[in-house]
Design a protein around this ligand. Structure first.
Ligand code: FES
Ligand SMILES: [Fe+2]
Length: 349
């Protein structure tokens, strides 16, 4: 599919989440927008996911208004049927087996992995698999996937997901509360992004900490940016409980970003029971972020019109710079930041 090649935007040459696996049934097609394009997803041969341009080659009717019959997507207007590769395999008005050569609609590569359907919106063949959700191959984890619409930029979303200081304010009492305790974070640039590992991190006075771990003992906490659009947060507590939050951002159009968040947690044998509380709590916390980024987006839009100065950062904004530099380099077709740089940062949480 011709997409993005003329702009040289290498941000398109990556996998993006199209929908959750459970959103894609076997009968109804699913309209999806990605990078401003109208797409339709459906399950083709063998239940494999497929993504096509949402426009019939006959008279441009939206295929997403049609239906899926025998793993083929049927246009609602004159019934032309498409297979998962986008080829027209039936033209009802011509009779059985009579299909002119070369009729097809553009299709995008699709992969179903870790509870998500991924697609590759850029030119060329995918040269790597989509990012993994690390807990999906391990037993003992309970998982659920949230789909959340944010307003803003992918950069702003990713930084928010990987930014501890905001949690003491936006999620005060729920996820963190200010403790005034100094913490060391080691920030490392990686071949596919960057990570921040925390040492001596306080955990008290929040619903999440009370749920997972009492104070004392050493907690492991690593935040990771995986270019271009994924974040990963891992906590392992001294009592063996753990959780992982993997979020991936799919630009819809304009300033709308669809964020797919795979929440995984290990809670001995009680995972399904804990989920009854943890899932609504997680949705509540992510809505706090949505509201804050909404305000930020409003302000940025007003600032853009007024020509306001750029945002300022400090050392405590651990991964923001890596996110910005990586994504800017990809967008311009330049080499990304080099791996191997390490710095220790002191911040107060
Ligand atoms: S517009 Fe799709 S079959 Fe005619
Ligand atoms: Fe947050």
């Amino acid at each position: 599919m011709a997409a993005g090649g003329d702009t040289g935007d290498r941000l398109l040459r990556h996998w993006y989440a199209l929908c959750r696996s459970r959103d894609l049934g076997h009968r109804a097609p699913l309209p999806v927008r990605l990078f401003g394009r109208r797409l339709v997803a459906f399950r083709g041969e063998g239940g494999r996911p497929a993504a096509l341009h949402d426009r019939c080659v006959h008279r441009q009717a939206p295929l997403s208004a049609g239906r899926v019959c025998a793993a083929r997507l049927q246009c609602p207007y004159h019934g032309w049927a498409y297979d998962g590769s986008g080829r027209v395999v039936q033209v009802p008005a011509l009779g059985p087996g009579q299909v002119p050569e070369g009729l097809r609609v553009a299709s995008l590569p699709c992969v179903e992995q870790d509870g998500l359907v991924w697609t590759w919106p850029g030119e060329g063949e995918p040269d790597r698999p989509p990012p993994r959700v690390p807990t999906c191959d391990e037993p003992g984890w309970t998982r659920f996937i949230m789909k959340t619409r944010f307003r803003g930029t992918v950069e702003a979303c990713l930084e928010n997901f990987l930014d501890c200081p905001h949690a003491t304010f936006v999620h005060r009492g729920w996820f963190r509360s200010p403790t005034g305790v100094p913490v060391t974070a080691r920030v490392t640039s990686l071949p596919d992004g960057a990570q921040a590992e925390y040492f001596g991190e306080p955990r008290r006075r929040s619903v999440i900490w009370a749920m997972f771990s009492p104070p004392g003992g050493t907690m492991q906490h690593v935040d990771r940016f995986i270019a271009p659009a994924t974040s990963r947060v891992d906590y392992v507590f001294p009592n063996g409980l753990a959780y992982n939050i993997t979020s991936t951002c799919s630009p819809v159009e304009g300033d709308a970003i669809e964020v797919y968040t795979v929440m995984s947690f290990r809670f001995r044998g009680l995972g399904p029971l804990v989920r009854l509380f943890f899932e609504p709590l997680s949705r509540w916390i992510i809505r706090q972020d949505v509201r804050m980024l909404d305000r930020v987006a409003d302000n940025r839009a007003a600032d853009a019109a007024a020509g306001a100065p750029p945002a300022r950062s400090t050392e405590a904004d651990l991964l923001g710079e890596s996110i910005w530099r990586w994504r800017a380099a990809l967008a311009r077709g330049e080499p990304p930041p080099a791996a191997g740089a390490v710095r220790d940062v002191r911040l107060v949480l």
